[in-house]
Design a protein around this ligand. Structure first.
Ligand code: GDP
Ligand code: MG
Ligand code: ZN
Length: 308
């Protein structure tokens, strides 16, 4: 019997069967693991096979993980070679960004887009908090919109506070599995609360019971939309990692560079200093945005050349 994973705490999983029934499930002894370098065997979004262990259906066991179409992962903080799968089987990822309180940098947006390209997940950029944007922020927004749309990304402007700009977002997420990401403070929880008002998720950080520290859950969770489709909330996630990316592959994840690099004189051109570089020629002609190219150069220098 097949089900999809809606929540994973590492020790138990909330799964929804194809008949629409939710179960709390555990992993049976040996589960086929196709991703051995991962710290977590089962992630939100996974399709699994399960069995009911006893007649009263209290004990549900997952025995197989079906192949993932795609997934997003971040590097394990404990072991650089291991990755932690955040979510799988995604149709797209929405990056919530803001141009004020807090300001999302272009570098952050580009790193996110590159990760999505590397994970084969279409990305959508949604700028929130339009209600507090002045003339200057609106100019930045227009520039960014033009720049990202020119290379194939959808860009939207919303205010969750004022409930403006949200109709196109409903169209974008309808009947799809969407991962929501973004910096802390951009309105992810507010967005989830807007979509699912019955959930009453806390906005901002909440103190834990001891009152000593700030506690936020880091478990990703999937919610079904009334219009069809589902949304995955990842409370603890700041950014997707560029884990294990080689310098040589980086340019591939810039769609506008990908479109030009076949014209470079050297087929191993890194588009930094090489003669006959079609990418740099396109930057000089204004066909490729200079700001995006600077992001590339920055990231390229940041990737360690040392390989395991
Ligand atoms: N002005 C304004 N504030 C917003 C908007 N959306 C969310 N906020 C506020 O931004 C703060 C952070 O929101 P939250 O949803 O907790 O962000 P998260 O950290 O991404 O989950 C809260 O005080 C929200 O009320 C918006 O559209 N406009
Ligand atoms: Mg939040
Ligand atoms: Zn080149």
């Amino acid at each position: 019997m097949r089900a999809r994973v809606y929540k994973s705490t590492g020790s138990w999983y909330s799964i929804k069967s194809e008949e629409g029934v939710f179960y709390q499930a555990r992993i049976k002894g040996i589960v086929k693991l196709d991703n051995r370098s991962s710290t977590n065997p089962i992630a939100v979004g996974d399709w699994v096979e399960y069995e009911l262990e006893d007649a009263d259906q209290k004990s549900v066991m997952i025995n197989t993980i079906l192949d993932r179409h795609n997934y997003v992962a971040r590097q394990s903080p404990h072991n650089k070679r291991q990755q932690h799968i955040i979510a799988s089987n995604l149709d797209q990822s929405i990056l919530l960004a803001t141009l004020k309180s807090p300001k999302t940098s272009q570098g952050f947006i580009d790193r996110f887009l590159i990760s999505c390209e590397a994970f084969h997940i279409p990305a959508v950029i949604v700028f929130n908090k339009s209600d507090i944007y002045g003339e200057q922020e609106m100019e930045v927004y227009e520039t960014m919109k033009e720049m990202y749309e020119a290379i194939g990304y959808q860009v939207f402007l919303i205010s969750i506070e004022n409930k403006t700009g949200l109709d196109p977002i409903h169209e974008v997420i309808k009947n799809k599995t969407t991962l929501v990401s973004g910096h802390s403070g951009v309105g992810k929880s507010s967005f989830i609360n807007y979509l699912f008002p019955d959930l009453d998720i806390n906005t901002q950080e909440v103190s834990d019971w001891s009152g000593k520290g700030m506690h936020t859950t880091t478990f990703a969770q999937m919610y079904d939309l009334p219009t069809g489709g589902s949304v995955i909330d990842t409370p603890g996630m700041r950014e997707l990692g560029l884990a294990n990316m080689d310098k040589e592959e980086l340019a591939q994840y810039f769609p506008e560079m990908r479109a030009k690099m076949h014209g470079c004189q050297f087929n191993n051109c890194q588009h930094i200093n090489e003669p006959g570089c079609a990418v740099k020629a396109a930057v000089e002609k204004g066909i490729i945005s200079e700001a995006r190219f600077f992001s590339y150069v920055d990231l390229w220098h940041g990737i360690e050349t040392f390989k395991y």
